[in-house]
Design a protein around this ligand. Structure first.
Ligand code: CP
Ligand code: NVA
Length: 306
């Protein structure tokens, strides 16, 4: 049994399969061609933080595969009344086939997985957001072909998305230029192990404009992630120069793409003319959550299919 708690829980070879499978599933979806590979299977979705895309893509995706879903939040389950996560995992895992969790610390999802007899998927933690990077790389491949050897510029907070980009770069063989304000650096060791900070796929730039130079993809995220709202004002000040604008996009390659996992704040981490401009692929990126996660759920439950 496999869990998907971090991007590097799967190999490069497994990603090749998943991207091909997601493309097939997407093509069938667009043609209204039924794809019922998970009939009678049930997914439990546990949300301890808010969500639009993750909720809709997992819920719609599971129904489209012929299965069903159970939706739980901290507020409407015993998770909010201090039932141990280990006990919750043992019980929920006896009733469903698959669990998706969005929570705070990565250790929490790891504890759940350690006591679950069914696969567990990370739907975002403070440290990682692997399903989003799965969708982002699939989107890059759709628009530009293989990401191997390419350069991704990460502008802004050294958060769950940034950590996951580093893991993906190490595994799939591309570069990440990271530019964050001082005090908000990416955790290269957490993402890539003890030697992470010196990994050849990772380069730090104090100047965001320089980080964009020669990039094939420029990407950013909110200045304040969920769970860090008390830091909002301090972050507004610290991140003022880390707003992706036309000048940064001009420093990247002429055919560079722009991505943002959404939700976005125009005028903060990105200017409206960039996110709503011709290089932006954010709507494809959001839609692709549906297709890649269908491929992922199928893979975790059924393995490789012909
Ligand atoms: N990108 C993303 O995970 O969006 P939600 O928070 O809406 O799920
Ligand atoms: N980094 C953001 C991503 C939201 C999808 C957060 O954790 O809130």
């Amino acid at each position: 049994m496999k869990h998907y708690l971090q991007f590097n829980d799967l190999s490069a070879d497994e990603y090749t399969y998943l991207f091909e499978r997601a493309a097939l599933i997407k093509k069938k979806f667009k043609a209204y061609d039924k794809h019922h590979s998970l009939v009678d299977r049930t997914l439990a979705m546990i949300f301890e933080k808010a969500s639009t895309r993750t909720r809709v893509s997992f819920e719609a995706g599971m129904y489209q595969l012929g299965g069903s879903v159970v939706h739980l939040t901290t507020g409407d389950s015993q998770l909010g009344r201090a039932e141990p996560i280990e006990d919750s995992a043992k019980v929920i895992g006896r009733m469903v086939d698959l669990v998706m969790i969005r929570t705070y610390e990565q250790t929490k999802i790891e504890r759940f997985a350690a006591h679950s007899r069914v696969p567990v998927i990370n739907g975002l933690t403070n440290e990682f957001h692997p399903c989003q990077i799965l969708a982002d790389i699939f989107t890059f491949i759709e628009h530009r072909g293989s990401i191997q050897g390419k350069t991704v510029a990460w502008i802004g907070d050294g958060n769950n998305m940034a950590n996951t980009w580093l893991q993906a770069a190490q595994l799939l063989g591309f570069k990440v230029h990271v530019s964050t304000p001082s005090g908000y650096e990416v955790n290269a060791q957490l993402a890539m192990g003890a030697d992470g900070a010196s990994a050849s796929c990772y380069q730090f730039f104090s100047n965001p404009q320089e980080a964009c130079q020669g990039a094939d993809l420029v990407t950013t995220d909110v200045w304040t992630s969920m769970g860090y709202e008390t830091e909002n004002e301090a972050r507004r000040l610290a991140f003022a120069d880390w707003c992706v604008d036309a000048e940064m996009m001009a420093a990247a390659k002429p055919d560079a793409l722009f991505m943002h996992c959404l939700p976005a704040h125009r005028g903060e981490e990105v200017e409206a003319d960039v996110i709503d401009g011709p290089q932006s692929v954010v709507w494809d990126e959001a839609e692709n959550r549906l297709h890649v996660q269908k491929a992922l759920m199928e893979y975790l439950l059924l393995g490789r299919l012909a």
